[in-house]
Design a protein around this ligand. Structure first.
Ligand SMILES: [Zn+2]
Length: 412
């Protein structure tokens, strides 16, 4: 039975496999089953020399090894075998490959496939550990091997529309830079930190052909990524798009600065009309419920600076509702003129920043991209991070991002 279950006689191997099950050991107390597979001396080693494929007879056997296989009912099942070695005239004494596992893995192919499915379904290493009855190191090893496998198979296809963004990976100011394929919602490259060097490093992880294929890059308005794009991507100036998400994020932060300043001024440390209103100003109007809108109307009637700043922020949102760059530019100029004559310093600063980078904000009309896709991937990454309570190990966090968001073919 186990000879069939382990696939040792499967048609895939042409039924020629010299492996056979020699013994099955059942341990009822430990709820384990050990299946001992045997490859008799002298029989030809099916796979031959692992280097050159030369068909050779078995020379000797390596010490026994153990692989975890799919459970037999509720019993943990292990496969035990001594791998035959061949003596190749060119490559010396080598272990042959076995049909049930990859080179150094401690799991059979079928178990590893199941583990990957479970990891993808549970979205957490800990959750998968519970179902698979594996420990953290074993489970993490499967993740790492799957990512390495997926990356080595990955074909460097064209990347016409990409996005670059920073991502905090733990509390404090520790960041990674992520490069996204906006068409496939995948993470293509990751590098440490969020400065110009990090941006250059990320872009440089793409192949030459991929860099040449880039038509548009979505990013925030910080100088770091602009410089990085210009250093790596030809004609970057025409391809950079400061997308709506980042521009509005900047405006929202400015409203909050106005609110904090005004709250300090009005409340002198005590309560003010602005007490507990922070979320009203930070959420977009369309996302507020009726009660919240009522509250917002009330605060706005008090003719506060924060209310004005908020109104300008909401006006700016309409910038992305124009059919072409010319009418959007007119709209912005009008908005700018209104804003620049106010006393709202943080909003004025945003207006100046946008004006400076206007061509690359308007380029959304040509390229039609936003980092909205990246935001989708981002929330997925946030969820992964939340479930493990933050990755203290940066390398592990990167591996998890590639496992869940890399669009890789992970299976053995
Ligand atoms: Zn050889």
């Amino acid at each position: 039975m186990y000879q069939h279950l382990l696939g040792l006689e499967s048609p895939r191997l042409g039924g020629r496999s010299a492996w056979r099950v020699a013994e099955v050991r059942l341990d009822v107390g430990a709820e384990t089953i050990e299946v001992v597979a045997e490859h008799p001396e002298g029989t030809p080693a099916a796979a031959g020399c692992p280097e050159c494929g030369l068909s050779l007879a078995c020379y000797d056997h390596a010490p026994p090894r153990k692989w975890r296989h799919l459970d037999s009912c509720q019993f943990k099942t292990y496969l035990i075998a001594s791998i035959p070695r061949v003596q190749c005239p060119e490559h010396g004494v080598r272990q042959v490959g076995v049909p049930w596992a990859e080179g150094s893995s401690r799991f059979t192919l079928l178990f590893e496939r199941l583990a990957i499915d479970v990891l993808l379904a549970t979205q957490t290493v800990k959750g998968a550990m519970g179902l698979l009855r594996t420990n953290w190191d074993q489970t993490w090893n499967i993740v790492q091997r799957a990512v390495a496998r997926g990356k080595s198979r990955k074909v460097d296809g064209p990347l016409p529309r990409i996005g670059i963004d920073e991502k905090a990976f733990s509390k404090g100011q520790r960041y990674l830079t992520l490069l996204y394929d906006l068409d496939h919602s995948t993470v293509e490259a990751i590098s440490d930190s969020n400065d110009t060097e990090a941006g250059i490093d990320c872009f440089s992880q793409l192949s030459e052909g991929q860099i040449a294929s880039v038509e548009a890059v979505a990013m925030d308005m910080s100088a770091a990524y602009v410089k990085a794009a210009k250093a790596v991507i030809p004609l970057a100036d025409q391809k950079i798009v400061h997308d709506r998400f980042h521009v509005m994020q900047l405006a929202t932060t400015a409203v909050d600065q106005v609110r904090r300043g005004e709250h300090r001024l009005l409340g002198r440390g005590e309560t003010s009309p602005l007490t507990k209103t922070r979320y009203l100003w930070l959420t977009s109007l369309e996302n507020l419920n009726e009660k919240q809108r009522g509250l917002l109307d009330e605060v706005c009637e008090q003719n506060l600076q924060t209310g004005k700043a908020w109104a300008y922020k909401e006006m700016l949102r309409d910038l992305w509702h124009h059919a072409d760059a010319a009418s959007a530019t007119d709209y912005f100029k009008d908005w700018y003129k209104r804003v620049i004559h106010t006393k709202l310093a943080p909003i004025k600063k945003v207006a100046r920043t946008i004006k400076q980078r206007l061509a690359n904000v308007m380029s959304y009309c040509t390229h039609g991209i936003t980092n909205a896709v990246a935001e989708g991937v981002n929330s997925k990454i946030m969820a992964i991070k939340r479930r493990v309570g933050g990755y203290r190990n940066k390398q592990h966090f990167k591996t998890a991002i590639f496992f869940y968001c890399g669009g890789l073919n992970l299976y053995p």
